[in-house]
Design a protein around this ligand. Structure first.
Ligand code: C2O
Length: 347
């Protein structure tokens, strides 16, 4: 087989973009002595399913929990792998080349973007983030809300992220894109000077194209990345837009790489990263439900056996295989049904 299996104990300095505004070592702390658990050995949880909901359908009580959880993660010591700081570095490590492929391809650096690793990596990253957050607030039913930029009510930055004294607030964002400014799901780093209604219909057309027209796994999920392959074999439709486009649209316009959201080494420092990815993960679920024949790579052992490492709520290092990520019910969560105004929006 040619599945990529990461060795968490071998973490290298990352490649940063030109003019990076901070110099980061993205390697998370390692347990000493080095050891890890396998995700498949965790007892399945028998608690009720967690339901992830969009910001426009949740009450202030849930927002308060989310804020408190993020505040507690930010307050953990910086070397605690559950801290907000270390969690954000995990993303950097998997994007900017901290891990390399295994023998005999140790010279090849791994980036989980622009390939079939994109959806499963981010699903499991969020899964552990959610567990850590739920554990810190003492509510194991906590579910990360999603930023539903594909529904009309969700086409702006949720207002909860812009309150100055909230743990969800983040300074490095584009000041011209604060709510109620309507998002541009196909953002090309230039403003679209159109009316909000016009922008909404552009957005729905983008969603239709990326979700409905991308009918094969190669188009939707991205191309296979196997042992010995160079990173970035081919990007999936939704990863390219709205994923990449929303990252750039949120990041600050005055920093060299639209830090923080607009570039991978810093993106996960903005709390909005997690609801953004909650919605992307929801896209994977919805895409599979759009029709017969929309299968992911579940028949390909190289995909199923690819591995990643995360930390659980007790700061244990855990090895996850993509096969563990395929079913959200097994992971204990579902998405609230929200209507899909783009579903029949043929451009
Ligand atoms: Cu790993 Cu939204 O990026």
């Amino acid at each position: 087989h040619r599945a990529i299996s990461i060795n968490a104990s071998k973490c290298f300095p990352v490649d940063l973009p030109q003019d990076a505004i901070t110099n980061t070592n993205c390697c998370p702390p390692l347990p000493s002595p080095y050891k890890f658990k396998d995700f498949k050995d965790y007892a399945p949880s028998n608690s009720p399913l967690r339901v992830r909901k969009p910001f426009h359908l949740i009450d202030e009580e849930l927002i308060a929990k989310f804020e408190k959880g993020i505040a507690l993660m930010k307050a953990l010591p910086k070397d605690d792998p559950r801290s907000f700081y270390q969690q954000s570095k995990i993303h950097c490590a998997y994007c900017n080349g901290a891990y390399h492929q295994q023998y005999p391809f140790e010279n090849l650096k791994i980036d989980i973007h622009r390939s079939w690793l994109f959806f499963p990596f981010h699903r499991m990253y969020l899964y552990f983030f959610e567990r850590i957050l739920g554990n810190l607030i003492g509510d194991l039913n906590f579910a990360i809300p999603f930023w539903s930029w594909d529904s009309i009510e969700g086409m702006q930055i949720p207002k909860h992220f812009t309150r100055l004294n909230s743990s969800l607030y983040h300074k490095l964002r584009d000041k011209n894109h604060m709510p109620p400014h309507v998002v541009d799901l196909n953002y090309k780093l230039k403003e679209n000077y159109v009316s909000p209604n016009k922008q909404i219909s552009f957005n729905l057309a983008t969603m239709y194209r990326q979700m409905v027209l991308a009918s094969t796994k190669e188009l939707f999920m991205g191309s296979p990345l196997r042992l010995g392959d160079e990173s970035h074999p081919g990007i999936g439709s939704v990863e390219s837009a709205p994923h990449n486009t929303m990252h750039s649209w949120v990041g600050a316009s005055e920093t060299p790489n639209r830090e923080d959201m607009g570039t991978f080494y810093t993106a996960a420092r903005d709390p909005l990263f997690y609801p953004h990815h909650s919605n992307l993960d929801r896209m994977w679920v919805m895409w599979k439900n759009l029709g017969e024949g929309r299968k992911d790579y579940s028949d390909d052992l190289d995909w199923l056996e690819s591995t990643f490492f995360f930390y659980d709520e007790n700061a244990n290092l855990v090895r996850v295989k993509i096969r563990d990520s395929i079913d959200t019910i097994k992971l204990g969560y579902v998405y609230e049904d929200v209507n899909m105004p783009w579903l029949n929006f043929k451009p």
